[in-house]
Design a protein around this ligand. Structure first.
Ligand code: XMP
Length: 326
């Protein structure tokens, strides 16, 4: 019988044997896989592990705090946060092409991570120690998709925390390699990671950067963040989290439409709700969210988020639509 406690005990032994007294680095994305693999390695080797979290300025409301406060409190992981919002937004200035955005965000992510890595390697060296291992949250389906090879599958050239510096002389620790997502969540719960992180819906590596159609700016991010927080809050309150695979909230920053509010005419932007049901994100259908819930989300967003005067619903399956708009 499968049992989270047994898997944890087994992995802890295995990780200790693999690592010895070397030091280990892990990149946290805020997502489930990196959160659980990092916590597992921490359980095995404690402060020999340093976790790194890159704040690229494209996170959703409360995500950074969730990692810095709740995750650290529940696991005791030694965390370094890199404040890279200025750098990322600087490079994204004037960029509207989706692929271009993805490339820039992926590239800057690796740069930011490598910089910390070099610092940690230098620090360890000064103390006569060695940084030798990288943690990756590779799951069993990733292994199968990539033909059994090592590392994270990247069939869609998606930006992931995995697949980092191949040129550096590191060995990988992949404690989730034999597991499915549900099992990973079970292990996360057993390790005491908060439900808000363990039960989290998928969120793309490039974050809100690919949910603003048009140029990514601070103001637009603030608008989208506010709308997204409202949508998430209402969907959760309505008990729809288990039915919905994920619900991208998209800001059409280059579109304006006329509206009316109070005595005045408005000329604002539309927000798109994209709730989808899916098994594996390869195909998806749009979720039939009850009208009352949609109405509440729409009312709150148009009342509480300046710049937004219209909320629209995406009723496209995948294919032909992808889940994300960019
Ligand atoms: P699409 O838009 O291709 O998305 O239907 C399928 C799933 O992948 C997620 N996604 C990403 N995940 N890095 C990620 O880690 C990415 O660059 C990325 N792009 C899309 C998307 O949220 C959905 O779950």
């Amino acid at each position: 019988d499968w049992n989270a406690g047994n898997v944890i005990a087994e992995q802890v032994e295995r990780i200790r044997a693999q690592v010895g007294d070397a030091r280990v680095i892990s990149a946290l994305s805020g997502g489930v896989d990196s959160a659980v693999s990092t916590a597992l390695v921490h359980k095995a080797i404690g402060d020999q592990l340093t976790a790194v979290f890159v704040d690229h300025g494209l996170l959703r409301q409360g995500e950074r705090e969730q990692v810095e406060r709740d995750y650290v409190a529940s696991t005791g992981v030694n965390l370094i946060t890199i404040d890279a919002a200025d750098v990322f937004l600087g490079h994204l200035e004037g960029v509207t092409d989706p692929e271009e955005k993805r490339k820039i965000i992926g590239r800057e992510f690796i740069r930011a991570f490598e910089q910390v890595q070099l610092d940690l390697v230098a620090e360890a060296k000064a103390e006569g120690e060695k940084v030798k291992f990288l943690v990756q949250g590779t799951l069993y389906p990733d292994v199968v998709e990539s033909g059994g090879g090592s590392g994270t599958a990247n069939i869609k050239s998606h930006h992931n925390v995995g697949g980092l510096p191949e040129d550096l002389d590191f060995e990988l620790i992949e404690p989730l390699r034999t597991l499915f997502k549900d099992e990973v969540r079970e292990i996360g719960r057993e390790l005491g990671i908060p439900e808000a992180i363990v039960g989290r819906q998928p969120f793309p590596g490039p974050g809100l950067g690919i949910r603003i159609v048009g140029e990514v700016t601070r103001d637009r991010l603030e608008t989208l963040r506010a709308a997204d927080a409202i949508a998430r809050e209402e969907l959760t309150a309505a008990g729809l989290d288990s039915e919905i695979w994920q619900c991208p909230v998209v800001l059409l920053a280059d579109v304006r439409s006329v509206g009316v509010q109070g005595d005045g005419r408005t000329y604002g932007h539309p927000i798109v709700l994209r709730p989808v049901s899916s098994e594996d994100a390869m195909t998806a259908d749009w979720t039939r969210v009850p009208y009352e819930v949609l109405a509440r989300i729409s009312n709150r967003i148009t009342n509480q988020v300046p710049e937004v005067n219209r909320v629209v619903l995406d009723v496209t399956s995948k294919p032909p639509g992808t889940i994300e708009w960019e």
